[in-house]
Design a binder for this molecule. Structure first.
Ligand code: R5P
Length: 259
């Protein structure tokens, strides 16, 4: 890995713990004003001090995030369809020049293995990696978005391995039973998405399990910003990811903040 690439990644994946808490707030790129992110600035500002990275689109970055922020940015650079259309019909929407102009630490795009536009989204990843390698920008590939996608170890293992084979530097996927098998087959770091909002303790348990089975962290959205207490929740997630907290210890942090 080139120096620039290593340097960017080390700003996101903490070299001391080898872990990361990425905060995903890109949902609007196909869902519009998602619950919890309707006023993105209000939602995100209090969470930024506790996140290692913000995963966001260029539009929201420019309009809703202070340019003096120190938080590393991973830019969502794919899109196209809305939640009303075929989600797999994505292309690259943001150029590498834009990513550099915005001082991004990395870029991210979705691949849709097994969906209608599988081939195009995988070749999008290839093109993005080709360009990103020229500038030392890490690429995060996101797998298994969409209702119809199976989320078992066999499917996620397939999707993550393909992402790594095509050149992704980090892969974001979902947690599943036998998650260790997904990790085993994927030689690049994996972070998990949180998925739909579930009770806080369950989300902390999921994060704990994922870390124990080899994930380097989370790129979590709804289970943080849709929580009754987002700051308490991100602090609790941090404790799980970076401080080896048990679920009970982390849940206490959440409840204390809530109180
Ligand atoms: C999904 O396409 C987006 O990339 C989200 O960033 C990702 O799903 C993580 O958010 P959540 O934890 O809400 O699933």
């Amino acid at each position: 890995m080139d120096w620039g690439m290593k340097n960017r990644l080390s700003g996101v994946i903490n070299p001391k713990t080898g872990k990361t808490v990425m905060l995903a707030v890109d949902h609007g790129y196909f869902q519009g004003p998602t619950t919890g992110l309707r006023e993105l600035k209000k939602a995100v500002d209090p969470l930024i001090p506790y996140a290692d990275c913000l995963f966001i689109t260029r539009g929201m970055l420019r309009n809703c995030v202070d340019s003096q922020t120190k938080i590393p940015i991973f830019l969502r650079v794919s899109g196209g369809p809305s939640v009303l259309g075929d989600l797999s019909n994505e292309d690259i929407t943001t150029s590498m020049k834009e990513a550099l102009r915005l001082n991004a630490s990395g870029v991210g795009l979705s691949i849709f293995v097994g969906a209608k536009n599988e081939e195009r989204t995988i070749s999008n990843l290839g093109r993005l990696v080709n360009e990103a390698e020229e500038y030392g920008i890490p690429v995060l590939a996101i797998t298994a978005v969409g209702k119809e996608m199976g989320r078992d170890a066999r499917y996620l293992g397939l999707a993550c391995r393909i992402a790594a084979e095509i050149g992704a530097h980090v892969v974001k996927t979902y947690y599943c039973e036998e998650f260790e098998k997904v990790v085993e087959g994927c030689p690049v770091p994996i972070v998990i998405a949180g998925g739909k909002k579930i009770p806080e303790k369950d989300a902390l348990q999921m994060a704990r399990n994922a870390i124990d089975k080899g994930a380097v962290g989370v790129d979590m959205g709804r289970n943080i910003f849709q929580s009754e207490n987002p700051v308490g929740m991100i602090k609790a997630v941090r404790a799980v990811v970076h401080e080896k907290a048990t679920v009970d210890e982390a849940y206490k942090i959440y409840k204390k903040e809530k109180a």
